[in-house]
Design a protein around this ligand. Sequence first.
Ligand code: ATP
Length: 260
Amino acid sequence: MPKIIDVQNVTKRFGNVLAVDDCSLSVEEGTITGLIGPNGAGKTTLFNMVAGAFPPTSGRILLGGEDVTGLKAHALFARGLLRTFQIAQDFSNMTALENLMLVPAGQSGESLFSACFRRGKVTAEEDETRRRADEVMQVIRLSHVKNERAGNLSGGQKKLLELGRVMMAKPRVVLLDEIAAGVNRTLLNDLAAVVQSLNREDGLTFFVIEHDMDLIARLCDPVIVMAAGSVMMQGPMSEIRNDPEVIEAYFGGAPAAGAH
Ligand SMILES: Nc1ncnc2c1ncn2[C@@H]1O[C@H](COP(=O)(O)OP(=O)(O)OP(=O)(O)O)[C@@H](O)[C@H]1O
């Protein structure tokens, strides 16, 4: 399978801190690839570079074979990469449905010219966006709260809404940051089901940082283990859980059956 994300010999220093150390890894198209490792391993720093938050100190990052090192998040989004975001403060006053309707880029409604002179076209596009947003609401199981202010939703519902925004945006690859944190089990099952369906039915690739080992085991193959800024091992969770080096370095010598 082709590599959709290809991190080549990437290093990131913050002053004297070597956060990512000559790290090479890749995410193959069509996978849900997990990224795990002990606190301070460099996972978030690596994600930040792949997502365009800041450039590496050295090394290259390719997206779909194209060198995108140092490109900003909006340029990466235009190339099909999306990182899930906390719902911005500004949007928390809008309804859940409106949050979905804001996502598609390049709507004619955004242009004053169109709004004034091409009302028919704008309305048709808005209708289509609303139809799609309603459809997505059903998939993410939030139809019953679609007219609630986004700020009033629970933590788990907000994460489902984030996945809804992903569905509206239709990217090729999604970076998911700790989706399980603070989410109850029922909603977590919904979240996992939505991620799996986006992967299997819509062909989206996911790159996932997660501390919930059960969720990683359920969703991800392969799983990449980072330690001290570089890759320690890569493989299916069943192998990783039983690898003595990983158990020692990551799980502190205890059996790796359960959580973090
Ligand atoms: N902006 C920064 N300035 C200085 N040091 C940083 C900065 N960001 C991260 N670091 C350091 O880089 C190292 C890697 O941190 P990072 O957050 O990437 O690890 P992580 O694997 O995501 O950890 P966690 O699982 O705890 O989130 C740590 O030593 C951290 O203190």
